[in-house]
Design a protein around this ligand. Structure first.
Ligand code: 6R9
Length: 662
């Protein structure tokens, strides 16, 4: 037991950092916060200069023409030089960058020198295929080291990657490829999942039936289960990449060169291509990784359990850790294969010191029971992290006590695909923690909670979370849709970035995140828009109308509950329910399959025809209905409620954690 101070103030336990942790922490005083508060531009310029190598210094730190920002104007740098070459030049080429653990149990230790060679080969291969600076490359792979290699290879030559999570359907992949007008797609023949094969290449083949911009498809052999190769289009990774030179000059890129596009769900059915650029993004992730995860590159083994298909994988598996010369674990598979102790076996095997995972995973582990972590030596762990959704105090305490042996700080990190890097988090050697609170803004970041009028709500007080100043890793826009960028993030409160989350200050000014305030659901921490699932349901020939809401779920945070009106010639049935769930899974991906479907004869709508999702949410959460006076047909909710209560909501096999974890 450490000397963590535990008090019982306002019913909440406070956890101050132990003196042992403070003694060796990268950040143990308020100097970063003070510098960030004093002048955020100077602060970020200092971080950029101190933590990164620039080929050309910038002429101006920030060019801010709201909502458009340019950071480090005229500065040039190469992301992969910063992530790889410079560590080798400083004598750390033989340090392991990734301990990779395949799901079937195979393993590889990849040093910084090897990683640089692999990245250079892949970069040369892309060049051979005609990929140039500014081109887009789609990546659709499982969690194999070559996924990080492919991302870094793009960065080395100034092509933008668009990683599409391997759980998405062929339609979703096609939509993203076409939106970004990608030239190349890189994939695997298959991915291992619970001992079985997900035939990724077959999904790609289907997507590529209608993707006019794709010229080539590079296929990594992973599962070797046999797949079709299309002449002239498909090339095996081993035929193309392995024969390339292991040297590729890291050319300087403009600080505002597009580094990647990553799609995220919004309030309409069409996902948004969030754009991130080179200099500001790398500054943001490098700086936050160092201070939040307290990385000591010669001692720590860091493991972020996310998939590279999500932003957490981009920022805190690839770019932040590598820029800091971290040694990381990369795991291919699910937490319950071959058994429910796989994560803890990995922590023990690699003596992981820092673990970063999601509340949905933690709640699943709680459900599975303490015997699984209990069977392993977890004493190497010294710091735990959480991301993706609010972590409930009960899960926080379990994580702290059972996984962290009651001695590890927990950094609850709030951020978004759009913010690129963490915006709100404790600094583990400085901040006194409260279970369930993400605590305070990061140094140099302006955060506030405002009311409907856009004004600070006061302390204590609740309202909408906003960011008040531009920050280096901020999104530079929505690919191909500047209006949507303005409309979604910058129009609700003029001059402020609207995050779409509710939040409150407690009486000590700690921040508590309350989940989304818009029509975006958070399922296992992933954004899924109600509109996206509704349009997938309506796409089915039997469906006339559909409304979808996120309802509270003890494991996944929210679960998707669908209300469906069938066309006249169709009857509700269990078989149809199943068919609809499969249909949604096929169109979007398994993560978007509704957990429950209720057939109804009508939906609650306002007189202007807007579906009142709030009422459906109340029905699904079994709460009181509140004000129904604006309904066109007030009786409809009561009828739905009667039906809802009489139907045994089938507890189906929605893949809550396994494939969707961030
Ligand atoms: C990094 C990531 C963003 C949304 C965000 C919020 C929720 C993320 C959170 C959290 C409470 C945290 N969220 N971290 N809510 N506490 N520590 O998750 O990006 O996939 O874009 O999701 O996730 O609602 O707005 P992304």
């Amino acid at each position: 037991m450490s000397d963590a101070i535990e008090t019982h103030q306002t019913e909440l336990r406070h956890f101050a950092p132990s003196s042992e942790f403070v003694a060796r922490a990268n950040v143990s005083d308020s100097s970063l916060h003070d510098a960030g508060d004093a002048d955020s531009e100077t602060y970020w310029a200092g971080q950029a200069r101190e933590l990164l190598h620039w080929d050309t210094e910038w002429s101006k730190v920030l060019d801010w023409d709201p909502p458009n920002a340019k950071w480090f104007v005229d500065g040039t740098l190469n992301v992969t030089y910063n992530c790889l070459d410079r560590h080798i030049e400083s004598g750390h080429g033989s340090q392991v960058a990734f301990f990779w653990e395949g799901e079937p149990g195979d393993e590889r230790a990849i040093t910084y020198s090897q990683l640089l060679e692999d990245v250079s080969r892949c970069a040369n291969a892309l060049k051979e295929l005609g990929v140039q600076r500014g081109d887009r490359v789609a990546i659709y792979m499982g969690m194999v080291p070559e996924l990080t290699v492919a991302m870094l290879a793009c960065a080395r030559i100034g092509a933008a990657h668009s990683v599409v999570f391997g759980g998405f359907s062929s339609d979703s992949l096609r939509g993203r490829i076409n939106d970004a007008e990608a030239k190349i797609v890189i994939t695997c023949d298959g991915a291992w999942r619970r001992g079985g094969v997900v035939a990724l290449k077959d999904i790609v083949d289907e997507a590529l039936l209608d993707t006019p911009t794709i010229e080539k498809c590079i296929v990594l052999r992973r599962t070797d289960h046999g797949n079709e190769m299309t002449d002239g289009r498909d090339i095996w990774w081993h035929d193309l990449v392995d024969r390339q030179s292991p040297e590729c000059i890291p050319e300087p890129m403009d600080a505002e060169q597009l580094l990647f596009i990553l799609y995220t769900s919004g309030t309409t059915a069409k996902p948004k291509g969030i754009m991130h650029t080179t200099g500001g993004y790398l500054t943001g992730v490098t700086s936050t990784f160092r201070s939040i995860f307290d990385i000591h590159p010669d001692e720590d083994v860091y493991w972020c359990t996310a998939d590279c298909g999500w932003v957490t994988g981009h920022s805190y598996i690839v770019y932040g850790p590598l820029a800091n010369r971290a040694t990381s674990v990369l795991y291919e598979g699910t937490p319950d294969y071959p058994d429910k102790d796989r994560f803890w076996a990995i922590v023990e095997k690699y003596a992981v010191t820092i673990l970063y995972t999601a509340p949905t995973a933690i709640r699943t582990f709680m459900k599975w029971g303490v015997e699984y972590p209990g069977a392993h030596d977890l004493t190497s762990l010294r710091l735990l992290g959480s991301v993706g959704e609010p972590i409930n105090p009960e899960a926080w305490i379990w994580y702290h006590d059972v996984i962290g042996g009651s001695k590890t700080p927990i950094v609850d990190t709030w951020w978004q695909t759009e913010t690129g890097a963490v915006m709100i988090s404790p600094l583990p050697g400085l901040t006194t923690l409260k279970p369930g609170s993400a605590t305070f803004a990061m140094p140099g970041i302006g955060v506030d909670v405002v009311g409907d009028d856009g004004r600070h709500v006061g302390i204590p007080g609740g309202g909408y979370l906003v960011l008040t100043k531009p920050w280096p890793s901020m999104l530079r826009g929505v690919w191909g849709d500047p209006e949507r960028f303005q409309e979604t993030y910058w129009s609700r409160f003029p001059g402020l970035y609207f995050a779409g989350d509710g939040a409150r200050y407690d009486d000590e000014g700690y921040m508590w995140l309350l989940g989304r305030v818009d029509d975006v659901m958070l399922v296992s921490g992933h954004n899924i828009s109600t509109a996206e699932v509704e349009s997938a349901l309506v796409d089915h020939h039997a469906v006339a109308e559909a409304a979808v809401v996120g309802v509270h779920d003890p494991t996944t945070g929210q679960a998707i509950s669908a209300f469906v009106v069938l066309k006249n010639d169709h009857e509700p049935s269990k078989a149809l329910e199943k068919e609809l769930r499969i249909h949604v899974g096929n169109l979007i991906g398994a993560i978007a399959r509704p957990k429950s479907i209720l057939f109804t004869d009508d939906l609650p709508k306002t007189r202007s025809g807007k579906i009142m999702r709030r009422l459906l949410r109340n029905v699904a959460d079994d709460e009181t209905l509140g004000d129904t006076t604006t309904l066109a047909d007030p009786g409809v909710v009561a009828r739905i409620k009667d039906r809802y209560l009489s139907v045994d909501a089938e507890d189906d096999e929605v893949d809550d954690l396994e494939e969707n974890q961030k």
